[in-house]
Write a protein that binds this ligand. Structure first.
Ligand code: GDP
Length: 481
């Protein structure tokens, strides 16, 4: 890992200058993209940013009041016509100019709001290209916002998370990060460590003097606090990951217990099936479903759907494997029939998951299973009828209690593996610095570790980050964002 090298006493100032992103990025061209869905819809938006925005906008949009767009009041929607390259009218539309530097990207930006016809939007885009704009790559608007210092990398990544959010909780957490909640807490740790580093430079500058005991105690305390804050932040990652990607879950039960009926009830209950994903293995299928406010990623639903030969398709071994990987097993028992060996096998499999909810299905039929006895054995059990839907809301509440307990996250949950990795590296380095200080190693040793922690935090927030990493991060964004 390259060390941040700078001369002694001026270290603080120089380090600060290096890490505050003030480099001027050359962004000579103007980019354009359709920012909305490419399907017939009420409104569609073409977006532009870059130095030629005003000139291109004046060419492709003629305000009804006769003045060119560049002479209109900024940040106000203006009614007019979108024009093709020969001045023909493409659409009656609205346009708005956001002058830099106080715009999303930091440069001049513009939007043309047309009727949401893919043909119209393509034509407007072509008109912008004809006047010198080029097609924006995925995430390029937000990448420019990051490079021009309008937002840090945590905020930029939260934009993609917000757009991709599959539950209200995930969206809330992402918007909290967009508003800077996570950035501020990282910045706080960074500043505290920077203070330690600057104190150390003072010490290194005067090598003949001992570290004053008071000084040492303060540094120890700052390091301990930083470690504690990083630790607390990292502890949010498991919940954050489940919030963002969904809770890996399985539905288990003997044939005819009502697994596929339950799946259908859950899907129908909320009508919120998000996607069908073909799994990486040959015949596993994953389905996402919102159960209450919690996104579940139900694994291996292929076997469940194919009710005819569930035993062969799912098999005890496979059910066990699926449960092993799951955070949650929904165990379906048939309340209208006594427990069998197959039930016991399903129970054993379900116990392999991190958590299990026991559902006594077919509550609409005369009950044979003794719910009280089941409660003694399992704790909570939920009677329900997949057929009528009775009890499904109780199931939703139980799932929410397990995975969405407490307050709605507002940006404090770490959801991003890259960020978690940087935080972990920072934590490890801070712990090494603490250790070095305690064992009386030379100030240089402590300094090296503290600087490494700073470097990791700088990567976390994007103060200093490799170009190729930036490219990778933004390439997962959609075009127009
Ligand atoms: P699976 O093999 O576990 O997927 O079970 P299915 O969902 O295919 O259900 C087996 C049978 O039980 C079907 O005939 C369902 O209609 C019936 N069934 C499922 N849930 C209920 C329920 O809550 N009440 C009643 N009366 N029948 C149910």
């Amino acid at each position: 890992m390259p060390r941040i090298i700078f001369p002694t006493a001026r270290g603080y100032a120089i380090l600060h200058k290096i890490t505050c992103k003030k480099e001027v990025y050359a962004m000579p061209d103007t980019i354009a993209a359709i920012a909305t869905i490419q399907a017939p819809s009420a409104i569609g938006i073409v977006r532009l940013t870059g130095p030629d925005t005003r000139r291109i906008l004046d060419g492709v949009f003629a305000p009804a009041n006769g003045r060119p767009m560049s002479a209109q009041t900024p940040r106000k929607l203006v009614f007019g016509r979108a024009l093709d390259r020969s001045g023909g009218v493409i659409d009656e539309a609205l346009a708005v100019l956001f002058p830099g530097p106080n715009s999303y990207t930091g440069e001049d930006c513009a939007e043309i709001h047309c009727h949401g016809s893919p043909v119209v939007l393509d034509e407007v885009l072509a008109a912008a290209f004809a006047r010198g704009a080029r097609q924006a790559r995925g995430g390029e608007f937000t990448q420019r916002a990051f490079l021009s210092g309008r937002m840090d990398l945590i905020q930029a990544e939260s934009v993609a998370d917000l757009i991709d959010a599959e539950s209200a909780g995930a969206a809330r957490n992402a918007v909290g990060q967009l508003q800077g909640r996570m950035s501020r807490s990282v910045e706080g740790i960074y500043d505290a460590l920077m203070d330690v580093v600057s104190r150390f430079y003072a010490i290194v500058d005067y090598p003949d003097e001992e570290i004053e005991p008071l000084q040492q105690a303060q540094i120890e305390q700052t390091l301990a606090e930083s470690a504690e804050r990083l630790d607390a932040l990292l502890a949010t990652f498991s919940r954050g990951r489940l919030l963002k990607s969904g809770v890996p879950a399985v539905i288990l039960g003997k044939p005819n217990a009502g697994k596929s009926s339950l799946l259908n009830a859950l899907l129908g209950y909320d009508r919120a099936i998000v996607t069908d994903i073909a799994g990486t293995t040959r015949d596993t299928v994953e389905e996402k479903v919102l159960v209450g406010s919690v996104l579940l990623r139900l694994c291996d639903t292929a076997g469940i759907r194919d009710a005819a030969d569930t035993v062969e398709r799912l098999g005890v071994e496979r059910a066990q494997q699926a449960a092993q990987r799951a955070e949650l097993a929904l165990l379906v028992l048939d309340g209208s029939a006594p427990l069998t060996r197959e039930d016991e096998e399903a129970i054993a499999a379900a116990r392999r998951a991190r958590r299990m909810l026991v559902l006594v299905n077919k509550a609409d039929l005369p009950q044979v299973l003794d719910t009280a006895a089941l409660r003694v054995r399992f704790g909570e059990v939920i009677p329900l009828s997949a057929r009528s839907g009775a009890g499904v809301d109780a199931l939703c509440r139980a799932v929410e209690e397990l995975f969405a307990g407490g307050e709605t996250p507002r940006g404090e949950l770490l959801t991003n593996a890259r960020q978690a990795e940087s935080a972990q590296r920072a934590l490890d380095a801070v712990r090494r610095a603490e250790q070095a200080l305690r064992s009386g190693l030379s100030p240089d040793a402590v300094l090296t570790d503290a600087e490494e922690a700073l470097e990791a935090l700088a990567e976390f927030s994007g103060k200093r980050v490799r170009d190729d990493l930036v490219a990778t991060i933004f390439s997962r964004f959609c075009v127009g964002k």
